[in-house]
Ligand binder design. Structure first.
Ligand SMILES: Cc1ncc(COP(=O)(O)O)c(C=O)c1O
Length: 439
């Protein structure tokens, strides 16, 4: 048997059948070493007066992933009360979290929010309504706030659906509202000690760089009390061969220079904060699926695998591409989009999942048509491994669609062990909250 590695995490092809035999397919696979290394790279970014890195836990909220990341020294960015509570249940204190949410908590949720803020959670105000509702509490408890500013800038995302700073995005306090919110805060003696902008996910790194200048402009004009400027997440990661990741050293060096110039102009030393999700986990993940059927038609060849859009929605949602690797049942690496040496005799296949949706494919064009992938032809029972799936796959999938069960997950540890980190759902978990109502 050939022992060959594939993909950005250099996974041994021989591990794939082992994982499949022990835990079944489909299954999510993560890599501790990759996650730790990406955390380390982020923490080593050049900076002027300190760097604080938060992991945007929406990318992957699994407790083991959260523990690996926080053990490396990253804190968390939470996008809902639910995420904060989930991270807390994983043993992470609220004082290591910032909440940046569209929610406007009321009732019990509001009480939970107050308890979290008292325990040290940083509240990132994202609208005038949120400010008005938190102001008295902040004032009476002497709590400083952060403000997410909507910058009115396009192109921060890899697609329109991932732009969060444009005229079509509602995130944050819009620039036209900033002076009003700031005036209300000043009148009450509430301080905004942090300013935050997140312009989108996976966009052109040049846009990230431009945002630094824009944001430092707001900080100078409106936020005299700010000691931290968060430039958000969104750092691009190359999932496919031929793509280019953001050069975070160069982005850090630029931020450092601009923050030093800010100090020269204002006398103020700003700490830089960032909150990437994708950069930390995207390429740490693979989904292992098995070929369950094959159709060779006049129009297109199809491979039907035992996991698709209910495990990874990004192709359908964003038109995103993920690298495909084909592995035989004995662990032989047949083809990998990362390995040009294995390009002889490839055949074109549309790779589809089990859901009753024509868009249930790992590769689609912008019109939603299936794009065939050039791969070695597998037999039924062989494995199709989808790479670059550590972020926004298990945390954002329409799991349980067609009543498929959410798969389990395995972590390859730093010393190469395979450890199950989440069990596969049992069938009852799909319908356990349904009530037996007699109508
Ligand atoms: C406010 C905020 N911060 C950080 C992120 C993380 O983005 P990425 O995973 O592209 O780094 C997101 C993603 O949507 C976000 O909305």
């Amino acid at each position: 048997m050939t022992m060959k590695q594939f993909g950005p995490t250099k996974l041994d092809a021989a591990l794939v059948p082992k994982i499949a035999q022990q835990w079944g397919t489909p299954i999510y696979l993560h890599d501790q070493e990759y996650i730790e290394n990406s955390c380390q790279q982020l923490l080593s970014m050049p900076n002027a007066f300190g760097l604080h890195v938060r992991y945007a836990m929406k990318a992957n909220s699994d407790r083991t992933v959260l523990r690996v990341v926080t053990n490396k020294g990253l804190d968390l960015d939470c996008s809902s009360l639910g995420e904060a509570i989930r991270a807390h249940a994983a043993g992470i204190p609220f004082s290591r979290m910032m909440l940046t949410t569209q929610e406007v908590p009321s009732g019990e949720d509001r009480l939970e929010l107050e308890a979290m803020i008292k325990a040290g959670l940083k509240y990132n105000v994202c609208s005038m309504t949120q400010f008005k509702l938190i102001a008295d509490f902040a004032k009476s408890n002497n709590i400083d706030l952060s403000m997410r500013v909507h910058p009115g800038a396009t192109g921060g995302g890899e697609s329109t659906t991932r732009d969060t700073g444009s005229e079509y995005s509602c995130f944050g306090v819009h620039l036209n509202d900033v002076p009003t919110v700031k005036a209300m805060a000043d009148q009450m003696g509430i301080r905004f000690t942090q300013v935050h902008v997140h312009i989108g996910s996976g966009g052109d790194p040049e846009k990230w760089r431009e945002n630094i200048d824009r944001e430092l402009g707001f900080v100078k004009s409106y936020f005299p009390d700010a000691t931290t400027a968060s430039f958000g997440g969104g750092l691009k990661v190359a999932r496919m061969p031929g793509e280019k990741s953001a050069d975070i050293t160069s982005l850090g060096a630029y931020a450092k220079q601009r923050i030093e110039e800010f100090k020269a102009a204002t006398g103020r030393e700003l700490q830089m904060e960032i909150e990437p999700g994708t950069f930390v986990v995207a390429n740490s993940g693979h989904i292992v699926t098995r070929v369950i059927d094959k159709k060779l038609t006049n129009e297109m060849n199809f491979l039907i695998v035992d996991g698709g859009m209910e495990l990874l929605t990004r192709p359908l949602l964003y038109g995103s591409e993920h690298p495909i690797t084909i592995i035989r049942q004995d662990g032989t690496l047949l083809s990998s989009e990362y390995d040009q040496a294995l390009s002889a005799g490839l055949k074109s296949f549309g790779i589809v999942g089990r859901c009753c949706e024509s868009g249930d494919s790992v590769r689609l064009d912008k019109g939603g048509n299936i794009v065939p992938v050039m791969i070695a032809e597998p037999e039924i029972g062989d494995y199709v491994v989808i790479g670059g799936t550590g972020a926004y796959s298990e945390s954002m999938s329409p799991e349980n669609y067609n009543s498929h069960r959410k798969p389990g997950a395995v972590m390859r540890t730093r010393n190469g062990e395979l450890v199950q980190i989440r069990k596969k759902q049992v069938r009852e978990q799909i319908y356990q909250n349904e009530l037996d109502v007699k109508l």
